[in-house]
Design a protein around this ligand. Structure first.
Ligand code: SAH
Ligand code: MG
Length: 927
């Protein structure tokens, strides 16, 4: 093997494996993770690499082939065959092309039997593998009949010894002795396999298909019990078992200090009729009663043996389960209870198993920790949160403890700005919640000179191993973990959208997937989701319908508190405190409250209204706003007094009121860099640069293309200039709103700084795209377009260049953009100081300065772009920059092109074109 390949192989899989293995939320087995290296056309998979790399040295100290030789000598016959590599993922039809060296399989013939090895890359390994398999078979103990083992286990469960253990099942045996009348001492068979995994595993090995069929498991246990007729009494009527002889008094005494203490626990009834709301009940589970009987009573069942238990819901350690009536085949006397007609969609959806009739959701049971009964109240909130935890947005909202404020961001920006569960963990939780196989992540690492980049492919399979979704990314990342999070984030957003529009026509879904490098097989997922729409109704989003129009939607709000200098712009991480109330005519119920809640502004990590308002606030200020009521499911999933919430809601006319305070703002990396490494800051230097040109040209009319939140316009007002008219244009309404606010406060205060603004008589902010002509911007003295083009795709940047020079025709145009070559310097200095931005490695989370950048150009790229434009449109162009020194490598931090018009404008232009919307229009009083 080529040594270069070997080196990269070593660097590739382990950090990833480590990062996946350490995640507490997802156990990705090595088998799920194949790592391919694409170097030339050779592919390797991690599984194979492991076998080659670790081989027989680490795990197996001895040499199996040598042992076989010792025992069998020439009687051991090896034969090795070549095999063509086949895909490792076991999904036919999905084969990733595998080329390269072929592999070997070895069969080993011994006097008694023959074994066949795994398929391995080297003959030697295949032979060792065969020998190892033979040894395993030779040393296997004779297999005991599982039916006998089951009888033995059952007999142990009825022993004195078991009675006093802390086993989750022994509590039932003890409680059974508290049961009244003829049921005294009887333990329902239904609880036995649920709480004793040894028992259920044995049942499974006796009859594998019984796994998801509680009734079959019970009949296997019943059969075993008939073989214990000496010690165990069977009640056919109650489907329960009881010890024939009483427990000796000392055994009973040893644990029986329980008094008559009264205990009540809150549980939830989940009616099978979806229209009925879930209902809070109180169960009497006092120490002298068997809790299963209390549940049976609520379900209208004769006794505990008629009640079945689901697997644990939510956290597996929670003991939160659904309890429900055994189906008709079991309860022969209830004719009206026909299988299928009373399917409890909500309970079945939550538990992933078929549940009929009403169900009880409760957190109760015996555990390994104590012989006392564990019980916790559940509430409608518990129920709604369990539901939320089945959809990606819900998983995210819960991870942030912000049901009414948070939204799952549509894309993964940077690790340093992400809050809450990571996309990969959301995806893993989603799969687990739907009992799907674990998501399969495959890293494709390309060894591009000079840097190595990764893409991450994701596959989601159905329970039946059919492909549901296949994401095959185009974009590469320098860090493997970023590739994984980005891929997961796209898959998770896609799933979210899919769930939101379950009845979207299939073609639309496919088209939508294609735009995202994603193949999707609706027929396979719809099976998994058949109950989804029945249950969720409109849980997914607070304002589903409003989302598409979120830009236009500015809620009414008022901001209070001392004026502040510190505002947040997109990319900043803000920290707020907030409370959400349900309000109706002066009545108020608090639903959700967070004292410190962080999110990245502009990343859509909170509901749109929240984002709009926070973008207008200064640090220390507070604001209040009201939104329309979200779905009831969400309201109940948040905190609050369920009864009061229900009564407020049912009387109608309620709103949600948010009140929030902006506590802190952390600027994005780019801004921090610009401030930290340049003095004056890079943005200040850009302003100074513009001012100098304004002075030199005695400009009176300035247009700022892509003015953002008005930093340039605002700063210009601090200098005495010849300017009379300024216009800013941008496509971000949010940014414009902020610009309007700061300019407004400055200009309305002009009595305090009359010198600076004396000449200015008009300021205008417009909403529109700078790639479209608007006559109000025609023929200005100076146009600025600072750090904007890199936020557009390259073709759009060129379109802007053409439109601005051919239609807007400024006398002077100043365009600035980052110099990519300067990034090494910035990144070197930031990685030393800003460790919080990085987790494991020293590479940057994003190769550009700001993740919204679509490109960053080298000096040459920028100069080619600008020179071509200038030539085409009869402008001259000169290059300069700020940050760094002229002529010193690697050039300026911000590179600047200054275009100058080389022709006289014809009189009159197209003054009809006024496509931009006026956001803010200020005229001086003396105009
Ligand atoms: N010039 C400002 C803002 C730079 S950030 C400053 O130096 O501070 C880039 C800005 O370009 C953003 O506000 C973004 O909304 C804006 N932008 C991107 N594409 C645009 C387009 N096609 N038309 C108008 N503005 C655009
Ligand atoms: Mg920028």
């Amino acid at each position: 093997m080529n040594s270069a390949i070997h080196k990269t192989l070593h660097r590739c899989p382990w950090p990833l494996l480590a990062s996946i293995a350490t995640s507490s939320h997802c156990k990705c087995e090595a088998a799920n993770l194949s790592c391919q290296k694409t170097i030339g056309r050779v592919y390797f998979t991690l599984a194979k690499y492991k076998m080659e790399g670790e081989g027989s040295s680490k795990k197996k100290i001895v040499n199996p082939k040598a042992i076989i030789h010792q025992r069998f000598g020439d009687k051991a016959r090896y034969s090795v065959e070549e095999v063509q590599d086949s895909p490792a993922n076991g999904c036919p039809g999905l084969a990733i092309p595998q080329k390269g060296p072929c592999s070997y399989r070895c069969s080993l013939e011994l006097p008694e039997f023959t074994v066949v090895s795994d398929v391995l890359k080297r003959k030697k390994d295949a032979m060792q593998s065969a020998a190892e398999k033979a040894l395993e078979q030779l040393s296997d103990p004779p297999v005991e009949d599982p039916s006998d083992q089951l009888v033995a286990r059952l007999s142990y469960l009825f022993s004195n010894e078991f009675y006093s253990t802390c086993h989750p099942l022994s509590g039932h045996f003890r409680a059974a002795l508290q049961r009244a009348g003829s049921l005294n001492g009887f333990v329902p068979i239904s609880v036995m396999p649920i709480f004793d995994s040894k028992l259920s595993n044995l049942c499974k090995s006796i009859k594998p298909e019984s796994e998801s069929k509680p009734l079959e498991v019970m009949s296997i246990v019943m059969d075993a019990a008939t073989r214990l007729s000496e010690t165990v009494l069977i009640s056919k009527e109650f489907i329960s078992l009881k010890r024939t002889s009483p427990y000796p008094p000392e055994v009973i005494q040893s644990i029986e200090d329980c008094c008559d203490q009264e205990t009540y626990v809150k549980v939830i009834r989940v009616p099978y009729m979806v229209e009925k709301v879930v209902e809070l009940l109180t169960l009497d589970v006092s120490a002298n009663k068997y809790y299963m009987d209390a549940i049976a009573r609520e379900l209208g069942a004769a006794d505990a043996s008629m009640v079945l238990l689901s697997r644990c819901i939510g956290k597996s350690s929670s003991e939160t389960r659904l309890y429900f009536n055994a189906p008709i085949s079991y309860q022969s006397d209830k004719e009206d209870f026909k299988d299928g007609s009373y399917l409890n969609a909500r309970a079945s959806y939550l538990s992933g198993q078929d549940i009929y009739g009403d169900a009880i959701l409760a957190t109760i049971g015996y555990t390994w920790k104590s012989s006392d009964l564990l019980h916790e109240d559940v509430s409608p909130r518990t129920y709604y949160r369990l539901l939320m935890n089945k959809v990606p947005t819900g998983i995210y909202k819960l991870s942030r403890e912000a049901v009414l404020a948070a939204e799952l961001p549509p894309k993964f920006g940077t690790r340093s700005n992400w809050r809450g569960l990571y996309p990969r963990d959301i995806l893993c939780t989603f799969c687990r919640q739907h009992r799907l196989p674990e998501a399969v992540f495959s890293l494709i690492v390309t060894n591009d000179v000079p840097e190595e980049t990764s893409r991450c492919e994701v596959k989601i399979l159905s329970k039946g191993q059919d492909l549901i979704l296949h994401y095959y990314p185009q974009q590469s990342f320098r860090k493997q973990s970023d590739a994984i999070q980005d891929a997961s984030s796209r898959v998770v957003s896609w799933l979210n959208n899919y769930l939101r529009k379950l009845n979207m026509p299939r073609e639309d879904l496919t088209i939508y997937g294609n735009g995202l490098d994603l193949d999707f097989y609706p027929e396979h997922i719809s099976k998994e989701m058949k109950l989804f729409s029945l249950v969720h109704k409109n849980l997914l989003s607070i304002n589903d319908t409003k989302q598409s129009t979120s830009v236009d939607m500015v809620p009414s709000y008022n901001i209070e508190g001392p004026a502040s200098e510190v505002f947040a712009s997109n990319g900043c991480v803000v920290c707020v405190s907030y409370s959400v109330f349900l309000v109706k005519e002066g009545e108020k119920e608090v639903l959700e409250k967070n004292d410190e809640f962080e999110f990245e502004l502009g990343s859509e990590a909170v509901i749109p209204e929240f984002e709009v308002v926070v973008a207008q606030m200064g640090v220390g200020q507070s604001a209040c706003f009201t939104v329309e009521l979200p779905s009831q499911d969400l309201i109940f999933a948040a905190n609050g007094d369920a009864a009061r919430v229900l009564s407020l809601l049912s009387s109608g006319g309620c709103n949600l009121e948010y009140s929030t305070t902006l506590l802190r703002v952390t600027e994005p990396l780019e801004d921090r860099m610009e401030k930290a490494f340049f003095s004056p800051s890079l943005s200040k230097q850009r302003v100074n640069y513009a001012v100098q040109h304004i002075k030199e040209s005695s400009a009176t009319f300035l247009v700022d293309f892509g003015c953002g939140s008005g930093s340039l316009l605002d700063s210009l007002l601090d200098y005495p200039t010849s300017l009379e008219k300024i216009i800013g244009v941008d496509i971000s309404v949010k940014a414009l709103a902020r610009a309007a606010k700061t300019l407004h406060s400055k200009l309305s205060n002009n009595s305090t700084n009359p010198v600076q603004t004396s000449g200015l008589n008009s300021a205008l902010l417009l909403d529109g795209s700078i790639t479209t002509f608007d006559s109000r911007l025609y023929d200005c003295d100076i146009g600025t377009c600072l750090e904007v083009i890199e936020h557009m795709y390259e073709d759009q940047a060129t379109l802007f260049g053409n439109v601005v020079l051919s239609s807007f025709c400024p006398k002077i145009l100043i365009v600035s953009t980052p110099n990519y070559e300067y990034n090494v310097i910035l990144q070197k200095s930031t990685t030393q100081n800003q460790e919080e931005d990085e987790d494991q490695s020293s590479t940057k989370p994003c190769k550009f300065r700001n993740f919204d950048h679509k490109f960053e150009w080298t000096r040459e790229q920028f100069q080619v772009w600008a020179s071509d434009l200038a030539k085409t449109h009869n402008y001259s162009v000169e290059f300069s920059g700020v940050g760094g020194t002229e002529g010193v490598e690697p050039g300026f931090a911000s590179q600047i092109a200054v275009f100058k018009r080389g022709f006289e404008l014809p009189t009159g232009g197209d003054f009809a074109a006024v496509p931009y919307d006026v956001v803010w229009d200020w005229r001086s009083a003396n105009m």
